[in-house]
Write a protein that binds this ligand. Structure first.
Ligand code: FMN
Length: 498
């Protein structure tokens, strides 16, 4: 792997001058891929419902809510940033109509170089325009959204980049993990087992030590892109982001931790996870489209500083049954780069299906030796970029176009010897819920009819494009409105900060 690259001249700034979320929004808007909503919307399920419906329209645009009811002139909220491959392609600095497989191939090459972040002057860094410390820390001054009616709380960090340091090696990890706001200075962090931050927390707690944390809640989407992908654990995602960019990510040292935070981020929390500090978190409408995990204990982050720019942009990702391309291109390129690192010859393409909740990866190879195909299958199933939550891996010959379906015929050449033709075979997959577990099956994430009708009524007023899609079923058991159910936990007092 190429390391030691410290100058832009040597590798070229591959993403052409995009350095922060505001540059990214300009590009996305110029590509006609951004909907700005100027009318006031509610943080309580309304933004999420509109984002969901927009994600189901053919254009599936990103959406920026510029005004939130009860929060005058403060935060803007971006949703649906990278849930379409087109916008991942823009994030990579490429024309949005570039064929996806070409982007995958190019990104695979860029993942082979790593460029560590560079520290810049903290005094002039935009992320330090506002820094709240001590008693001024109040997460409720931000319009933290509630996504789904049965969510256990209001969530930050659904499209974030959480930075932690390995207590053993000192290596940094950047991962995308959600946070439920417990109160004005505490959040519950959900990290699934085996993920980078989870290993760091476990090691710190074994030593009875606190673990410092920084969370980028809005910033250059390249950090969200690398944060949401599993990479080899001995390389920091900051370095991959620099490699993809062709120039180092600019960082400043945190104010209350020694963690490097992006100099041009929109909102960053710093905090500490104290030994064995846990509180109940969830449930949360997950990426599977279900509330699969009941409320349970997760580590608590005690927030020690909040940094933000003027009129900051909070990034959010709605987890739902809508096809999601969050990781498709990055994961495809990651698996390909891993196979290349392992020295496997003949890989012609990798495609991780964007609509597949459980990973489905198709790998095209030129078969060079006996056992080559099954070696590729086994390694792709266990390599760092491919292992997590993958259920299907298909290996195909290089003459198969990964992106097109083929019509089957009695002349199917896979049926051998030829006298077996025209008898084919079919794999039948029963994808229904297991009948005997129907009564206890996890609940589906669905909006309430009331929220849907409110969204429909406001669609044209908010100047949203096209027509809102039809939603086939609704949540019937949720409380009528979230505000009513929160009376014991007073809603936030907004404060104007810009
Ligand atoms: C939109 C989005 C939200 C995610 N939220 C979480 C989360 O809350 N917790 C989690 O463990 N993984 C979450 N993931 C998956 C992780 O980001 C992913 O597994 C990544 O590999 C984690 O980084 P790590 O490998 O450095 O631990 C999310 C992924 C996406 C695309």
């Amino acid at each position: 792997m190429e390391r030691d690259v410290s100058t832009t001249e040597r590798v070229g700034a591959a993403t052409g001058g995009m350095h922060d979320l505001r540059d990214w929004l300009e590009r996305v808007e110029a590509a006609g891929d951004l909907v700005r909503v100027e009318g006031e919307v509610d943080w309580d399920q309304e933004m999420s419902a509109l984002s969901y419906l927009l994600s189901k329209t053919p254009a599936s645009p990103a959406v920026l809510f510029e005004r939130v009811r009860g929060y005058p002139n403060e935060c803007q909220l971006l949703w649906n940033s990278l849930n379409a491959s087109r916008r991942t392609v823009i994030t990579l600095g490429e024309p949005p109509d570039r064929p996806v497989l070409e982007s995958v191939r190019g990104l695979r090459d860029r993942l082979k170089r790593v460029i560590p972040p560079v520290e810049v002057d903290a005094a002039t860094a935009p992320v330090n325009e506002h820094v709240l410390l001590g008693d001024d820390i109040d997460l409720w001054r931000f319009p933290v959204p509630r996504h789904w009616p049965l969510d256990g709380g209001r969530y930050l960090g659904t499209a974030d980049a959480v930075i932690t340091r390995d207590p053993d090696s000192g290596l940094l990890n950047v991962g995308t993990y959600r946070m439920m706001v417990h109160d004005q200075r505490h959040v519950g962090l959900y990290v699934s087992p085996g993920k980078g931050a989870e290993l760091h927390i476990a090691r710190a707690w074994q030593r009875n030590e606190p673990l410092p944390v920084a969370a980028v809640l809005g910033g250059d989407p390249i950090l969200f892109l690398v944060g949401a992908q599993a990479f080899p654990k001995n390389v920091c995602e900051y370095d991959y982001a620099g490699g993809i960019r062709g120039e180092p990510i600019e960082v400043v040292k945190g104010t209350t931790t020694d963690l490097p935070i992006p100099a041009r981020a929109e909102i960053v929390l710093e905090g500490v996870i104290r030994p064995h500090a846990m509180r109940n978190e969830g449930p949360f409408g997950e990426f599977t489209g279900y509330y699969a995990r009941p409320e349970a204990q997760t580590p608590v982050v005690d927030v020690t500083a909040i940094h933000f720019r003027a009129r900051p942009i909070l990034m959010n990702a709605l987890m739902s049954d809508a096809p999601s391309a969050y990781s498709s291109i990055m994961r495809s390129a990651g698996i390909w780069a891993d196979l290349d690192r392992l020295g496997i010859p003949g890989i012609k393409g990798v495609y991780s299906h964007p609509g597949a909740v459980r990973g489905i990866h198709v790998i095209s190879i030129e078969q060079r030796y006996a056992g080559h195909a099954s070696q590729v299958l086994s390694l792709a199933a266990q390599c760092p970029s491919g292992a997590y939550f993958t259920q299907w891996i298909v290996v195909v010959d290089e003459d198969i176009d990964l992106l097109r379906n083929t019509w089957s015929t009695p002349l199917d050449p896979t049926q051998n010897p030829p006298e077996k033709r025209p008898y084919g075979s079919k794999a039948l997959i029963n994808a229904c819920k297991e009948h005997r577990y129907l009564p206890v099956f996890a609940k589906r994430t669905r909006m309430t009819r009331d929220v849907y009708e409110r969204a429909l009524a406001r669609w044209h007023e908010l100047r949203l494009p096209g027509h809102p899609p039809v939603v086939p079923s609704f949540e019937e058991t949720a409380p009528a409105t979230y505000h009513e159910s929160q009376e014991l936990d007073p809603p936030p007092g907004p404060a104007s900060v810009s």
